[in-house]
Design a protein around this ligand. Structure first.
Ligand SMILES: [Ca+2]
Ligand SMILES: [Ca+2]
Ligand SMILES: [Ca+2]
Length: 189
């Protein structure tokens, strides 16, 4: 049981969230997030995003920065390393803010400082989540109902996703939650 040494033990819901986030970006499903996955992700942006090559390159750089920061500088990461790094993370608000900001900018394709419904839908497409799901999540994220997601709205949701062990509206920020395999269910460790 690779989590047995970890304290505090995460909730089953938290494990589902961590595994969901990891799986959505492990595009080739080899259990390792590497440059190859980012390339596959960026190719989807290129295919559906109608963006210039320079903008696609900037989206790629922001996505790589996001993952590098999330993994504390490591270039590639396994699910186990990812989960342990997240659990070991002290309540470092600043680094979490930086991570959320980078992810926000990697979704804000037209770089106008907010995320539109279309941008969120494209993001979900890139992580293989059904487009219809974007509408639901958009309504959850757009707290002040001005029809755009601000950096703060996104950062609050992202922080909740990564820190909250309990049920919350943001739990499906990266699409429907993955089921756990028996070896990943911390309640039976
Ligand atoms: Ca991979
Ligand atoms: Ca935008
Ligand atoms: Ca808003």
């Amino acid at each position: 049981m690779w989590l047995s040494e970890i304290l505090p033990r995460p909730s089953t819901l938290w494990m589902q969230k961590a595994i969901t986030l990891f799986s959505r970006f492990d595009k080739d499903g080899d259990g390792y997030i590497s440059d190859k996955d980012i390339l596959l992700y960026v190719n989807t942006i290129k295919k559906y995003g109608c963006l210039s090559n320079e903008r696609v390159a900037r989206m790629r750089d922001k996505t790589i920065s996001f993952w590098t920061l999330l993994n504390k500088g490591a270039k590639g990461v396994t699910l186990e390393e990812f989960v342990k790094a997240r659990l070991a993370e002290d309540a470092d608000e600043r680094s979490l803010e930086d991570i959320a900001t980078l992810m926000f900018y990697s979704i804000d394709n037209n770089e106008d400082g907010s995320v539109s419904m279309q941008e969120l839908a494209l993001f979900f497409k890139c992580i293989d989540v059904d487009g219809s799901f974007a509408r639901e999540m958009f309504a959850t994220l757009d707290v002040d109902k001005d029809r755009k997601i601000s950096k703060n709205e996104f950062a609050n949701a992202f922080r909740d996703f990564l820190n909250n062990q309990e049920e919350s509206p943001c739990k499906e920020l990266f699409g429907p939650l993955e089921e756990l395999e028996a070896s990943q269910d911390t309640s039976i460790v």
